[in-house]
Write a protein that binds this ligand. Structure first.
Ligand code: FES
Length: 373
């Protein structure tokens, strides 16, 4: 390993200790956790609505990292000096169970500054129709996005189609009803329940292709929508994206995020590829992170660049390791890589050379990676 020291070129997301200021129970199995942001970190934790925070904790003797979307509007975050995340308990989920049952005001959590490209800039002069389609805890980034739109675009209107099992499993029901009261002419909320029969048949069941096409035929013709925000399980998001693509909706206006891989998802740092530590290198990655360049030997091209990098640079950022959260994003400035899965980067980011290191393998014998770019 060789080191070359240069100056950091930009601030990168890093972990900080934040104190829990409030825990709000949203449903029997979901909580929202507010975290106080000290004055000196306010700028660093100023987030774009739709971005997420990674929480790190040692649970059962192992380091666990999970990403949770910010679920507070930009204005509320600034006025309260807080960020807020929400989590629904996942069966056998280590982190979500801990956050749901153990964490209390006064506790200190290790939290990474905000990341993510599921964002949309607002324009106070815009007169747009924004439509959110969310299911379950997919509401968390969508709530932040849509609330900010309502607050910052006074002439725009917002429709949210929100899928859940039953009324008592709806996260943020109170906040959503409050939004309806605050913006009666500009915010329409449609709850779709899969295990509770409603008066309107369209509002009962799951948000699948048939139901979404019916919504397009009745409530939300696609040519009357300017921006789409989709967040929920993979299948729902992909179905809606496919239907919109079939109808020639410009993908640049279809913003999407699948559920963050939560506790039931890809285990952190499980490296499927067995790599003998003394095997001769077959490729070399030159990695720049926080202004410091490190030569990382790769002993198999099936190993991910993240896995190899962490051996030399334990400070390399990651969270889900499943291609979902975007925490491990870096620019490939030289050489060629192949990426297994990408649910985090927009097509234009990939075109500009960015890749997810937890999913990337070298194709050429040398690759140069810049986390600071
Ligand atoms: S660590 Fe989440 S996408 Fe790579």
């Amino acid at each position: 390993m060789s080191l070359i020291t240069t100056q950091p070129t930009r601030r990168r997301a890093t972990f900080h200790d934040l104190t829990v200021s409030r825990v709000d129970r949203l449903t029997d199995d979901a909580v929202a956790i507010s975290l106080a942001v000290p004055e000196e970190l306010r700028e660093e934790f100023a987030f774009e609505p739709g971005q997420h925070l990674t929480v790190k904790a040692t649970l059962g003797g192992e380091e666990v990292r999970r990403s949770y979307s910010c679920c507070i509007s930009r204005a509320d975050s600034a006025s309260r000096g807080e960020v807020r995340v929400a989590t629904a308990r996942v069966p056998e989920g280590v982190m979500s169970s801990w956050l749901n049952s153990e964490v209390k005001p006064g506790d200190v959590l290790q939290v990474m500054s905000p990341l993510g490209s599921f964002v949309c800039p607002t324009d106070p002069t815009a007169r747009k129709h924004h439509v959110g389609i969310a299911a379950g805890s997919g509401i968390t980034p969508v709530l932040s996005l849509l609330t900010t739109v309502l607050e910052e675009e006074p002439q725009s209107r917002v429709t949210l189609i929100f899928g859940n099992r039953r009324t008592d499993s709806i996260m943020f029901l109170e906040e959503l009803m409050d939004l309806k009261n605050r913006y009666p002419g500009r915010f329409t909320l449609i709850n779709v329940l899969s295990r509770e029969v409603q008066d309107v048949e369209l509002f009962t069941g799951r948000i699948d292709r048939a139901k979404f096409e019916e919504f397009l035929a009745t409530f939300i013709p696609e040519d009357e929508v300017d921006e789409w925000y989709l967040c929920g399980p993979f299948e729902m998001v992909e179905t809606v994206r496919t239907v919109l693509a079939e109808r020639d909706v410009d993908a640049a206006h279809v913003h999407h995020e699948i559920f963050h891989v939560d506790d039931a998802g890809t285990p952190v740092l499980t490296e499927a590829v067995e790599v003998a530590p003394d095997a001769p290198p077959v490729a070399v990655a030159t990695v720049t992170l926080d202004g410091r360049t490190t030569t990382v030997p790769m002993r198999s091209k099936d190993q991910t660049i993240l896995a190899a990098t962490l051996i030399e640079r334990p400070d390399a950022p990651f969270s889900c390791t499943g291609g979902v959260c975007g925490t491990c994003r870096a620019k490939v400035v030289d050489g060629e890589i192949r990426m297994d899965r990408n649910y985090a980067l927009e097509p234009d980011e990939v075109e500009r050379g960015y890749a997810l290191m937890c999913q990337s393998h070298p194709v050429t014998d040398t690759v140069t990676i810049d986390y600071d770019a």
